[in-house]
Write a protein that binds this ligand. Structure first.
Ligand code: DGJ
Length: 714
């Protein structure tokens, strides 16, 4: 609910308030974000204090200064020395001063050029319009309030009504000024095959940043952070979560000034960004999703999970159970024949899988990573029946058919490159850096996008393709294009990508899309708005996956994560783990298999058959249940997760290394509904399970797991 009274806006959700005030000067002032406040008098908040070195932009004899003001839309100059939210250039002038002129409250604001969170019951948007005191430049701040989910979504629009070119150096989606800086920051950082490990850092005086300059949101840093009180943990304390609906370069900067004011700015990375607005043009930023929890990180994650399931995912598969698949990548890599694929599919069908996915290597002359990206026609030497014939044969085995593509790339060894050597991003006269032998297609160009959309729709309609894995295997290194200035390329690339994704997903609404960027190099809400699940990591080792999946769960729900059982020794780390362990870890997300089933023993295939049967009985809970972290792999040898849905409760337990003469582990469940729960033939009360817990007997061996299933009986 959005309330406005006496120059104060109170954006209230069930448990939170976001409060702002129009200051006497017309500047928009932040009062509070956090637990719900119903009071209406905020005169005692943010008193004006005499500070010797803080100037007064009003020259009214008071001690008013933006230097220690809590601004909703900070710009540089006029006494504000901290990180600005926007930075503009008009006629070589760089100091602007935006003040309130009007506001309106209406339906959910929907962006024109970028994916937006969807609307729903009890969702409304406050649109605040500010204007520069000198020029006809307008800034609109949007705040969409999701009352029942405790979420506020912010974005910004800059409108140039002058008769001159306006250059945007920086336009963030949100900036929040907290009254103090007594916080830590949680970020999800890593590398290829080691994505989204949880890192906690102190917030200190001065600025610090997490960002991506790679063209994609990246393996290295995820565009989501939590700002938490020092005593906050999973079940206690104050946590602010922020996550950007954007798949390109982002930055999140914390800036603590001399009076301990913490400013957090989040949005498109201003690095290598310069955007020209002609007279009459406007620019909109991505949406930043924010939630606040007074009950620690678990609740913050649950708010995000619910929000993503209901307002980021969309389309036919949003609330549909996801199929159990066999992917041939780690089984064959590029080395396969149609016969081999059909043998794999035979086994997949025997063990009860539901879909067969043909990964890389089916098109052009592609037998290694060095060729054919862009040539989206089937290699009949490898697949004589073509995609139509192959998908039919796979369907006859009772399996759906899925296909891998990497449509944002071009190989120099390809027909497409021969015909269009200028279709890749490049700087004229400079070398074109290859990564994995490939270049990036110039998605800023309409003709390139049209070609890709047309060729992919042709592929997807040719054969019964019900799933597509959309891969992307490199960063952008030369952001150059014939049509646009260099500072616009990174953002225009993402706009182009979203245009392609929109057109393809609308043309093929039945297909389930899974995003992939060398695993989880683009795990963000922008991508999830088009593709409702992501291949979480190229690392399929169960031990490594525990950290990756746990870290990812800070913001993203299990239904967005693909997880596969693969072969041992594991291909990424050479580790041996049992089939049971591999299953348990993968079965906490969208389950798949990615190994050569034809080389397994009958006993192993029987075990997999039982696993798949088991997963079918828990899938609804895994994918649509409420997720809790019980023990963290980042600070212990043990990990535990709990998922609750309807009358089923699942608890996943993992112990990394064996402990000699080990103590008992008691798994205490969280937040159970009152009642009785059956586990292994015995009935427990909810208070027993939450207070005493289930004791696990010490067991020898490394990388051990348990999957405990509880059924609510009353
Ligand atoms: C990277 C992906 O993450 C893998 O799963 C696989 O699809 C390869 N690309 C294929 O080239």
């Amino acid at each position: 609910m959005i309330k406005y009274k006496d120059r104060v806006f109170n954006l209230q959700t069930d448990k939170t308030s976001y409060i702002m005030r129009i200051a006497e000067s017309g500047h928009l002032e932040h009062i509070h974000y956090g637990g719900k406040v119903t009071d209406e008098d905020f005169t005692m908040v943010n008193p004006i204090i005499k500070r010797p070195w803080s100037g007064n932009p009003l020259n009214d004899g008071s001690y008013f200064s933006l230097d220690n003001f809590r601004s909703e839309c900070p710009t540089y100059g006029h006494t504000d020395f901290s990180e600005p939210m926007i930075d503009l250039l008009l006629d070589d002038r760089r100091v602007f001063d935006f003040r309130y002129i009007s506001h309106q409250i209406g339906d959910k604001h929907i962006l024109k050029t970028l994916p937006s969170a969807t609307s729903g019951p009890f969702v409304e948007t406050l649109e605040l319009t500010l204007k520069d005191t000198l020029y006809d430049i307008y800034v609109k701040l949007y705040y969409s309030v999701y009352e029942s989910l405790d979420v506020v979504v912010r974005s910004l629009e800059i409108i140039n009504q002058t008769d001159k070119k306006l250059t945007i150096n920086k336009a963030l989606s949100a900036s929040i000024d907290f009254a103090d800086s007594d916080f830590d920051m949680l970020q999800l950082s890593g590398a290829w095959a080691r994505e989204r490990h949880l890192i906690k850092r102190d917030i200190r005086s001065g600025t610090s940043m997490v960002d991506s300059k790679r063209g994609n949101s990246s393996h290295q840093q995820n565009p989501a952070v939590a700002i938490i009180r020092k005593d906050c943990h999973e079940d206690y304390g104050q946590a602010y979560g922020m996550s950007l609906i954007y798949s390109g370069n982002f930055s999140c900067v914390t800036d603590v000034n001399d009076y301990n004011r913490l400013r957090v700015g989040f949005g498109i990375n201003p690095f290598h960004f310069l955007w020209d607005l002609k007279p009459g043009e406007s620019f909109e930023t991505p949406e930043l999703v924010m939630t606040y929890s007074s009950q620690g990180l678990n609740k913050m994650s649950q708010n995000f999970h619910a929000f993503i399931k209901d307002h980021i995912l969309r389309g036919l598969h949003q609330y549909k159970e996801r199929p159990i698949l066999l992917n041939n990548w780690e089984a064959t890599y590029f080395d396969f024949t149609e016969k081999k694929l059909l043998e794999l599919a035979d086994k997949a069908s025997q063990v009860g899988a539901e879909m067969f996915v043909l990964d890389d290597g089916w098109f052009g002359k592609r037998n290694s990573p060095d060729s054919s990206l862009g040539d989206w026609y089937v290699n009949k030497d490898k697949i004589p029946s073509g995609l139509e014939g192959l998908s039919k044969k796979i369907n006859e085995k009772g399996l759906k058919f899925g296909l891998w593509v990497e449509p944002e790339m071009i190989s120099q060894k390809s027909d497409l490159y021969k015909n269009h050597p200028d279709w890749c991003l490049h700087e004229v006269g400079r070398s074109r850096s290859e990564t994995r032998n490939q270049l990036v297609l110039d998605y800023t160009r309409q003709d390139v996008r049209d070609y890709i959309v047309k060729s992919l729709i042709e592929v997807f309609k040719n054969g019964n393709i019900e799933y597509v894995k959309w891969d992307m295997n490199r960063n952008i290194t030369e952001p150059g294009s014939k049509h646009y200035a260099s500072g616009e390329i990174f953002h225009r690339y993402i706009l182009g990508l979203y245009d392609v994704l929109k057109r393809i997903t609308e043309a093929c609404p039945d297909i389930l899309f899974e995003a992939c960027a060398g695993g989880g190099g683009r795990f963000d809400m922008g991508i999830l708005a088009y593709m409702p699940q992501v291949w979480t990591s190229d690392d399929t080792d169960a031990h490594e996956r525990v950290k990756i999946q746990d870290g990812t769960s800070l913001f993203y729900p299990p239904i967005t994560m693909g997880a596969h059982v693969s072969a041992v020794p594991n291909h990424q780390v050479d580790r041996m783990t049992s089939l049971e362990t591999r299953y348990h870890i993968a079965a906490s997300c969208n389950l798949g298999y990615e190994l050569d089933l034809t080389s397994l023993t009958v006993k192993e295939l029987d075990e997999i058959k039982l696993q798949i049967e088991d997963y079918k009985s828990i899938r609804k809970t895994v994918q649509f249940g409420k997720f809790y972290r019980l023990k963290s792999p980042f600070n212990s040898n043990e990990t535990a997760w709990q998922v609750v849905n309807e009358d089923q409760v699942l608890v996943y337990y993992y112990r990394a290394l064996s402990v000699p003469n080990a103590p008992m582990t008691y798994l205490r469940l969280k937040d159970l509904e009152d009642g009785k729960y059956e586990y292994q033939g015995r009935v427990y009360t909810s208070d027993y399970l939450m207070n005493i817990g289930i004791g696990l007997m010490p067991e020898k061996g490394d990388f051990k797991t348990r999957l405990l299933r509880f059924k609510k009986t009353s």
